[in-house]
Design a protein around this ligand. Structure first.
Ligand code: ADP
Ligand code: MG
Length: 319
């Protein structure tokens, strides 16, 4: 079963940032209002995610890292709808197969926390407030072939923080903190989507941005459009969410770029955060929830809406 998990792990925990993403999404599923992330040596040495969510009852704690153990699916119908972000109890099992995993958790009615060592399956009383802390040590230590594919710690750390930013942009109501090799990263206090989007784009956009908030034909686009900049480091700060889920979509990205094109003289780059909301039935749900692709029933209508909404918002800026 460990081998099967290691194979599954290839998909779920490709690199430290994928572990970070899974742990953050679990914390969100648990209803956390504050989440903290700590990484060491690009996450390879250590990843800790702590939340103040509902916690895991002591009796269920040993089950959490087992394959297909999930508390989130009651019926097959629900499985098909994939109501929560998690997907069928793969993540913790996969992580446990390629790292040393421990889970410390306390529910509201428990007198104290319990800590599970996933390797031995032992649980023991522990200190801690309500919520869950998951610690992942020595990622890929037992699978050197995978470890070989990792980039330098600084690069893996950047990917981990990027994963945090992606999740945080979708959840402005949750406060996030992060520490990278002992250094605190700019915290993201709970707030509205505008403040969160600006925090995600970077300080230099505090005044140099436009808001977009448009609605037409059942489609809604909200977001922050950064003014074009010569700062190359901002070129990758482009975040698109569809119904709250981070996606990559080449054609929508292209539509946004086209809308910016009047302003893009010289070697300029644009950073932006856009949230597209539409009836879920207009999006193909059969795309694997861990993937970042999306399929629209009417892609050209969506593209045209996004193009015009962004162009209008940018043009208003010129008046
Ligand atoms: P999934 O998220 O698909 O259910 P995971 O492997 O990610 O699968 O997690 C397994 C189970 O462990 C979850 O269903 C949940 O019951 C529990 N769990 C994991 N992380 C947390 C957390 N941060 N807070 C509360 N429960 C958690
Ligand atoms: Mg999960």
């Amino acid at each position: 079963d460990r081998l099967i998990s290691q194979i599954a792990a290839g998909e779920v925990v490709e690199r430290p940032a994928s572990v970070v993403k899974e742990l953050l999404e679990n914390a969100i599923d648990a209803g956390a209002s504050r989440i903290s992330l700590r990484i060491e040596e690009g996450g390879v040495r250590r990843i800790v995610v702590a939340d103040d969510g509902v916690g895991i009852p002591a009796a269920e704690l040993p089950l959490a890292p087992l394959r297909h153990a999930t508390s989130k699916i009651a019926t097959l119908d629900e499985l098909e709808r994939v109501a929560t972000l998690g997907f069928r109890g793969e993540a913790l099992a996969s992580i446990a197969s390629v790292a040393r995993l421990s889970v410390t958790s306390r529910t509201a009615d428990a007198g104290h926390a319990w800590k599970l060592d996933a390797e031995t399956g032992e649980i023991q009383p522990a200190a801690g407030a309500r919520g869950t802390t998951i610690e992942v040590l020595d990622l890929y230590a037992a699978t050197p072939a995978r470890r070989k594919f990792l980039k330098a710690p600084a690069t893996e750390a950047a990917h981990c923080l990027e994963a945090l930013r992606r999740v945080a942009l979708a959840h402005p109501d949750i406060g996030f903190e992060a520490v990278n090799d002992g250094r605190a990263v700019e915290p993201l206090p709970a707030g509205g989507w505008r403040e969160r989007a600006l925090a995600g784009l970077g300080d230099d956009y505090k005044s140099a941005h436009r808001l977009v908030d448009a609605e037409a034909g059942g489609l809604r686009l909200q977001g922050v459009l950064g003014a074009p900049t010569l700062n190359r480091a901002r070129a990758d700060r482009q975040f698109l969410y569809v119904n709250g889920r981070f996606v990559r979509d080449r054609l929508l990205g292209y539509a946004v770029r086209q809308a910016y094109s009047d302003m893009m003289h010289g070697d300029r780059h644009a950073a932006w955060v856009l949230h597209l909301w539409l009836d879920p039935s207009l999006v193909d749900a059969n795309v694997h929830p861990a993937k970042t692709e999306v399929r629209f029933r009417d892609a050209s209508a969506v593209r045209s809406f996004v193009f015009h909404a962004v162009q209008d918002a940018l043009r208003e800026a010129h008046r």
